[in-house]
Design a protein. Sequence first.
Length: 302
Amino acid sequence: MLTDTPAAGQAPAGALIKDATTTSFRQDVMQESMQQPVLVDFWAPWCGPCKQLTPILEKAVRDAGGRVRLVKMNIDEHPQIPGQLGIQSIPAVIAFQRGQPVDGFMGALPESQVKAFIERLVGPLGPTEVEDLMAEAQATAEAGDADAAAELYAAVLSQEPGHAGAIAALAKLVLDRGDTDGARRFLEAAPPEAAKDPALAAVRAAIELAEQAAALGDLGALQRQVEADPADHQARFDLALGLNGKGRQQEAIDHLIEIVRRDRTWNDDGARKQLLQFFEAWGPMDPMTIRGRRKLSALMFS
């Protein structure tokens, strides 16, 4: 049982977190869950991932300020309950409400996912320490202090090594310095389960665009080709890639939109597909993404 002094506004830890036995399970879980959700953490002393998950669970429950309770059950000492619930691997967490199991997960999840799990039960919670660090890091990066932002993102990863947002942000900082190989190394360090995370996908797309732009060389010749022959779609397409690589996103959008306007079928709808890759690399809320989507929609549905 924890003996930490609770923060202001939080219930005493001992009232929120306890160890249960087979005998006390009905009172500690079934009866208590009639008042608020109860999480049951099934663990064992020999389970390494359990040792990673339990402190995360305890912190998340304390941060929830009394809206959820945590009961820990050692399956070696008390195998009957996990056996009845069909628990076959640990760590396993089962949420009870109104005397019934309603949700659960297996494995050692990071803090952000544990918080999301609790929020499914009790509604939105305040920001976690990791989320505060991420917000501070983003603001620091936007202010132009890339080194300080990198230190903050590294602090996030020290607490949550597989945090996809922090990995993606560090990769983007490296990419912004022109180091595509370094950015790729950051992405390769991401855990497999995060491979499809939108933040990582955005950086991956940005790396591909940077490499394509770097291969184009001087844009002057492409600009002259387009001026001489506005129907030279390949030159206009390459020019758009190069302009984006130099941060001239609006011009890049306009050139690709012009290709779509002139010939939607060119290169198997290649101009529209390239716009979509731009949007992925820039992020859904980037002003240029919003502008580009509007222009594309106006053209496609007019």
